[in-house]
Design a protein around this ligand. Structure first.
Ligand SMILES: NC(=O)c1ccc[n+]([C@@H]2O[C@H](COP(=O)([O-])OP(=O)(O)OC[C@H]3O[C@@H](n4cnc5c(N)ncnc54)[C@H](O)[C@@H]3O)[C@@H](O)[C@H]2O)c1
Length: 309
């Protein structure tokens, strides 16, 4: 069984690669242009194509050579602020790049397309506990560029019968998240506190996020190979944590004494976010294996080892 993972050199994609490599029968192929990914994240027994998903010809060449059974699509422009500064760049990768993968998946008879969507598609919601059927009101171009492919995916299914699962991730954190990644608040806090530097908090810090550990997200992608056909599924912890509380936990676990610097709220930032994960439990048989405390401790251990190395 051959699985093509786009964005496999990135944070979440590389954990999906690690998760899938535990199954000796899977053959893995990664497509990643290393925009934000790192070649070091790709194990040697994985076939790697350093190409751009928006390059139709090169993407088609990969499908022609590899004939993957499954596509797990993680590659993307992942930065909310970049999407607001440069919506064309954001849309070209997230929307056109996904269409290029979909058209090849259909042409080369892929069995299933699994797509990394985001809680950013919901935007500001009335209820703090967000179900999959909640109306979407993206607050950023990134939210739009993650949502639009969902509609293409559903229509590819309707017109061509290409099966899919759309996974809407909450805020993912864990080892290998880039410190420069805008949404990577956990990585940013840990990096600053381990170096006794003050990180910035945008707004009053009372905004909430649903934090889900990257290994749990990788597991959800693995389960989605065989379950959850033609469903949209939230992948979150079903809890919300304020940024101030997250800061206190990390401060505690890193034994730091540093205080944050509060800055003005940023455009496109959602106030509260908590993804209801009932559907993931029922349909995928998935629930988070890591509590926030366990995930944070593992993540801090990773960044400490990076610092020491
Ligand atoms: N990190 C989160 O909290 C989060 C939350 C919701 C959804 N997501 C989604 O999960 C996916 C993975 O995000 P991540 O956090 O691992 O980010 P990441 O930046 O670590 O990974 C993205 C990967 O895609 C690659 N890439 C970017 N543009 C490309 C292109 N044009 N062609 C080929 N490869 C390209 C990058 O090099 C990188 O390896 C993204 O689709 C993102 O929208 C992430």
């Amino acid at each position: 069984m051959k699985i093509l993972i786009t964005g496999g050199a990135g944070f979440i994609g590389s954990h999906i690669v690690d998760e899938l490599l535990q199954e000796k029968t899977y053959e893995l192929v990664v497509v990643d242009n290393l925009l934000t990914g790192n070649k070091k994240n790709i194990p040697p027994n994985v076939t790697f194509y350093p190409i751009d998903i928006t390059n139709q010809q090169e993407v088609e060449r990969v499908f022609e050579i590899e004939m993957p059974d499954y596509v797990i699509h993680q590659a993307g422009q992942v930065d909310v602020a970049t999407s607001i500064q440069n919506p064309l760049h954001d849309a070209s990768i997230n929307i056109l790049g996904t269409i290029s993968l979909l058209s090849n998946s259909q042409k080369y008879s892929v069995k299933k397309f699994i797509y990394a969507s985001s809680c950013a598609v919901y935007g500001e919601t009335k209820n703090s506990n967000i179900l999959e059927n909640t109306k979407t009101f993206p607050l950023s171009f990134y939210g739009i560029s993650k949502y639009t492919p969902e509609q293409y995916i559903a229509l590819y299914n309707k017109i061509y019968g290409l099966p899919y699962t759309i996974l809407r991730y909450a805020n993912v954190y864990g080892p290998r998240q880039r410190i420069k990644a805008e949404g990577g608040v956990v990585a940013i806090f840990i990096h600053h506190l381990l170096n006794e530097k003050s990180p910035q908090i945008f707004g009053d810090g009372m905004q909430t996020r649903d934090f889900v550990y990257v290994k749990d997200v990788a597991k959800a992608n693995h389960l989605a190979l065989f379950k959850g056909d033609n469903h949209v599924i939230n992948i979150g912890s079903n809890n919300q944590t304020t940024i101030n509380d997250l800061y206190s936990l990390i401060k505690d676990y890193t034994s730091s004494s540093v205080s944050p610097i509060y800055k003005a709220k940023r455009d496109g930032d959602i106030r509260n976010s908590q993804l209801d994960n009932t559907r993931a439990k029922q349909i995928l048989g998935w629930k988070p294996a890591y509590t926030l405390e366990e995930g944070l401790r593992e993540t801090i251990k990773y960044y400490k080892s990076q610092k020491a190395g």
